[in-house]
Design a binder for this molecule. Structure first.
Ligand code: HEM
Length: 463
């Protein structure tokens, strides 16, 4: 059985001082971790103006995210940092405003809607395969570029019912890429309460990119918003149609600005996370050829040369488990920041009101008490059910409690489909001497890309 352990930044032996920790975290928060971070139940960071608690203990995680979620709303610092793009989107709001938005958005992600979205996802996946066909056999290729493209295309098509091909779509995509490159420099200092360390130049560039994205999204949304107001029926059952039809308890629809906030948020959350995870899945499969071969065999048996359908997504169990295991080792949302609403005790410490409480799937998924061989890539552990972490709030790539990811089922469906089609058709090979370097930014990405060689698989390609 393969026991490939992907490289990640070696934790420091000793805890660094608060300031040094912050300076390391500015580039990648993974660099601020130290050995005990992976063993402790709870840790504490104190900087001038910031009390931050890192919570790993399963009971505490449940308390913060599930049982007392109302007492630990989303950190305002994160909301402020993302406000130029996301405004008052569901990702950052709290309380009554969040409850209303969640109730209005939930139906767009119900199982029935996912079934409607499947052919759209399949079309974008086939477009990805067609792009890959243009590659020279065995040439090196940065798979992150393709995974970002296909996931952005899927979310674009499922929101607007148009492929991400036209000039406007291209501009949205490019402006998002610019915004995402800047976000870590805005978010990390903000989370650490050190907003004065955000360079005004970076803040200005982020605001400009955000304005451009919102302007372009508005051009796409406005005609449909107006048409719906005028009583027209929707031409398609896409996410935008569901949002335009959504009503709150008082019968009110989303206002235009609020709608743009939600669409901008979905575009960002809906492809950045999936692209990150799929890129790491390709890296893991390239380094564990035996598992890759088993995925290929599963796809060949379950699908053969037939186009996949919704029921196949359930029967591709190993393919799904590869994705689950990727989410364990490289959870795209590596940490979730909350703010204590009132003072409270935690493991014998007094957490003051306003303190930041962080739950980190990255740490919890690699916690030394939670998993057998925690750094090893072992998709079969998800079929065995004998891991302490599985039973103890120790696996939470999509979060937990009321703020759990709205798009979790969407993401699982899309990732299973993309992986099955990719591995059915292509063999992924590692490139000698290239070792991806994980960095913790908005999601967990590789600082130097994920370069692979792609070779056509004769038997399935012929089908
Ligand atoms: C592998 C892919 C994904 C991962 C790992 C992921 C992870 C997460 C996590 C951890 C949260 C909770 C954050 C917190 O509690 O602070 C979250 C929230 C959210 N995600 Fe995802 N996500 C993924 C894909 C998606 C997709 C595809 C969509 C939409 C199409 C989506 C939409 C959302 C929304 C709307 C929220 C906010 C929910 C709320 O606060 O009520 N996500 N996601």
């Amino acid at each position: 059985m393969s026991r490939f352990c992907p490289a990640y930044p070696a934790p420091r032996r000793q805890r660094a001082s608060g300031l040094l920790m912050f300076l390391s975290a500015r580039h990648s928060w993974l660099d601020a971790l130290y050995e005990r971070s992976y063993r402790m139940q709870m840790g504490e960071v104190r900087l001038p103006g910031l009390d931050l608690y890192m919570v790993n203990e399963p009971a505490l995680v449940r308390r913060v995210l599930v049982e007392q979620a109302e007492d630990f709303p989303k950190s305002e610092l994160l909301g402020q940092a993302l406000a130029p793009l996301l405004g008052e989107s569901i990702f950052t709001t709290s309380g009554e405003q969040w409850r209303r938005q969640r109730a209005m958005m939930d139906p767009a992600f119900a199982q029935a809607r996912l079934q409607v979205a499947f052919p759209v996802m399949a079309a974008a996946t086939e477009a990805m395969l067609a792009r890959l066909e243009q590659l020279a056999e065995g040439a090196e290729h940065d798979i992150e570029v393709e995974m970002t493209h296909v996931t952005a295309d899927i979310i674009f098509r499922t929101i607007f019912s148009v492929p991400m091909e036209g000039e406007d779509a291209r501009r949205v995509f490019d402006a998002f890429a610019r915004y995402q490159a800047l976000v870590p420099r805005l978010v990390l200092p903000s989370i650490f309460g050190l907003r004065w360390l955000v360079w005004p130049w970076d803040a200005w560039r982020a605001r400009r990119a955000a304005r451009e994205i919102r302007g372009l999204l508005e051009t796409l949304i406005r005609p449909r918003f107006e048409a719906r107001r005028a009583g027209a029926e929707h031409p398609q059952a896409d996410i935008l149609a569901a949002f335009l039809d959504a009503r709150d308890e008082q019968g009110r629809a989303f206002g235009f600005e609020e709608l743009v906030d939600q669409v901008a948020m979905l575009f960002l959350a809906g492809h950045e996370t999936s692209a990150s995870a799929l890129t790491w899945a390709c890296h893991l499969l390239a380094r564990a050829p035996d598992i890759q071969q088993r995925v290929h065999d599963e796809v060949a048996v379950q699908l053969g040369a037939r186009a996949p359908g919704v029921p196949d997504m359930k029967s591709l169990t190993l393919t799904r488990n590869v994705f689950r295991e990727t989410l364990r080792l490289f959870p795209p949302v590596g940490f979730m920041a909350r703010q204590a609403r009132t003072g409270c005790p935690m493991r014998g410490k007094r957490v003051e009101a306003g303190s930041t409480v962080v739950v980190s799937p990255w740490l919890i998924h690699r916690h030394r008490d939670g998993w057998h061989d925690p750094d090893a890539f072992d998709p079969d552990r998800h079929a065995r059910d004998d891991e302490p972490g599985q039973a103890r709030a120790g696996y939470l790539p999509f979060g937990m409690g009321p703020r759990v990811c709205l798009g979790a089922a969407f993401a699982l469906q899309e990732a299973t489909l993309i992986l099955a089609r990719l591995i059915g058709r292509w063999q992924l090979e590692a490139v000698d001497g290239h070792e991806p370097r994980p960095v913790g930014r908005l999601t967990i990405r590789s600082a130097n890309g994920v370069r692979l060689r792609l070779r056509r698989r004769a038997e399935v390609a012929a089908g």
